[in-house]
Design a binder for this molecule. Structure first.
Ligand SMILES: C[S@@+](CC[C@H](N)C(=O)[O-])C[C@H]1O[C@@H](n2cnc3c(N)ncnc32)[C@H](O)[C@@H]1O
Length: 314
C-alpha cells in the first residue's frame, strides 16, 4: 500500500517512460513511492532508481516500505529537485534514461495535522516541504502587508477576491496572531462573498492555501531549475515526464518543452541563427489527463496533466 497516496496516471507514466531492465531512472518527487515502485517493477531485475523528496518524512517512509523489496536498486536522498544538477551525479545518476516530476504535495502531507497544508486537516501554518529550508507560512501571513498578500494570492492562487482576503487578514492580525490553518480558513471564508446562485465548486480557502504553499516552497522557481537540470542528465532517447496540478505549473512545463523543441533563441528578424542552440527535446504524444474512472477512484487526480518529451542528441 502507498500509505494514503495513490499515484496519479501510474499506468500512463510507466507506458511513456518505458523504463527498461538495466536502465537508470530518477523520480524527483518520491512522495508515497507509488510511481517509484512501479518504475522499479518495470526495470526488474537490475534497473536502478534515484528517488528524491524535499520531505524527510516521505523519504523515511518509502525507505521502510520499499527497501526490503528492492534493496540497493533504490537510492534515496532528501533533497530539493532544484539541486538535481548536483545531487544526481553525486549519487551516481549523472546520465539517466527517465526522469519523472510529480509536482505539488501528497495526500499524506495534506492530511498531516502538524504541517498546516490543508484547511480541512488544520494544524500550525507551516507548509514547508523541507522544514530546514525557508520560512513557515505563518511568518509570511504575519509579515507581508495587504498589497503584498494580495499580490501573492493573485499570482500563485489566481484568486479573484485577493484584495478582500488580504485586507481581512491584516484586520484579523491586529487582534490575534494567525497561527493555524483553521484560523486562516475561517478568515478567508468570512471575507469571500457567498454567491448563492453560482455555488463555488471549490472551498473559498483552496486558492489561498495553494498560493501560500507555492510561495513558501518557491515551487515555480524550483520547477524551472529542476527542468533545466533534467536536460543535462537525460541521455539521448531518455524521457522526461511531468505531472502538474495547476495552470501555473503546467504553463512552465509547456513553455519549457516548446523552447527546447525549438532550440534557437534568435529574434525572428535575424536572417541566420547566431545563437547556435539546437533542439534538445521532442514532445511525446499529447498532454494526458486522467480518465473518469481514475478521477472517481482518486478525486485528487482531477486536475492532473501529464506532459512528456524525449531528449534528442543536441
Ligand atoms: C504529488 S507528491 C508525489 C507522489 C508520488 N509520485 C507517489 O506516487 O506517491 C509530490 C511530492 O513532491 C515533493 N516535492 C515537492 N516539491 C519538491 C521539490 N522542489 N523538491 C523535492 N521534492 C519536492 C513533496 O514533498 C511531495 O512528497
Amino acid at each position: 500500500m502507498e500509505e494514503g497516496h495513490l499515484p496519479v496516471l501510474a499506468e500512463e507514466v510507466v507506458e511513456i517512460l518505458r523504463p527498461a531492465p538495466g536502465s537508470l531512472q530518477i523520480d524527483a518527487t518520491v512522495g508515497g513511492g507509488g510511481h517509484t515502485e512501479r518504475i522499479l517493477e518495470a526495470t526488474d531485475p537490475d534497473g536502478r532508481l534515484l528517488g528524491l523528496d524535499a520531505d524527510g518524512a516521505a523519504i523515511a517512509r518509502v525507505d521502510r516500505r520499499l527497501r526490503p523489496r528492492f534493496g540497493d536498486r533504490l537510492v534515496l536522498r532528501q533533497a530539493n529537485f532544484r539541486d538535481l544538477a548536483d545531487v544526481a551525479p553525486a549519487a551516481g545518476f549523472g546520465a539517466v534514461d527517465g526522469l519523472l516530476f510529480d509536482l505539488g504535495l501528497s495526500s499524506t502531507q495534506l492530511a498531516d495535522r502538524t504541517r498546516g497544508f490543508g484547511f480541512r486537516a488544520g494544524g500550525p501554518l507551516d507548509m514547508r516541504f523541507d522544514a530546514r529550508r525557508g520560512v513557515p507560512a505563518a511568518e509570511l501571513i504575519a509579515s507581508l502587508d495587504a498589497a503584498e498578500l494580495a499580490a501573492l494570492f493573485r499570482r500563485y492562487g489566481e484568486e479573484p477576491n485577493a484584495g478582500r482576503i488580504a485586507r481581512a487578514i491584516v484586520d484579523a492580525r491586529r487582534t490575534t496572531q494567525i497561527e493555524t490553518a483553521e484560523q486562516l480558513a475561517s478568515i478567508v471564508e468570512r471575507a469571500v462573498p457567498v454567491n448563492p446562485r453560482a455555488r463555488r465548486r471549490i472551498h473559498p480557502a483552496t486558492r489561498v492555501f495553494q498560493a501560500l504553499r507555492i510561495a513558501v516552497n518557491e515551487e515555480l522557481d524550483a520547477l524551472q531549475a529542476g527542468l533545466a537540470a533534467a536536460m543535462n542528465l537525460l541521455r539521448p532517447g531518455g524521457r522526461l515526464v511531468v505531472l502538474s496540478y495547476h495552470s501555473l505549473e503546467d504553463r512552465i512545463v509547456k513553455r519549457f518543452i516548446a523552447a527546447e523543441r525549438k532550440g534557437c533563441t534568435c529574434p525572428p528578424e535575424l536572417p541566420v541563427c547566431v545563437c547556435g542552440r539546437n533542439p534538445r527535446l521532442r514532445p511525446v504524444g499529447k498532454p494526458v489527463t486522467p480518465k473518469p474512472e481514475e478521477i472517481a477512484a482518486n478525486p485528487r487526480s482531477r486536475s492532473a496533466r501529464l506532459r512528456a518529451a524525449e531528449r534528442i542528441a543536441a
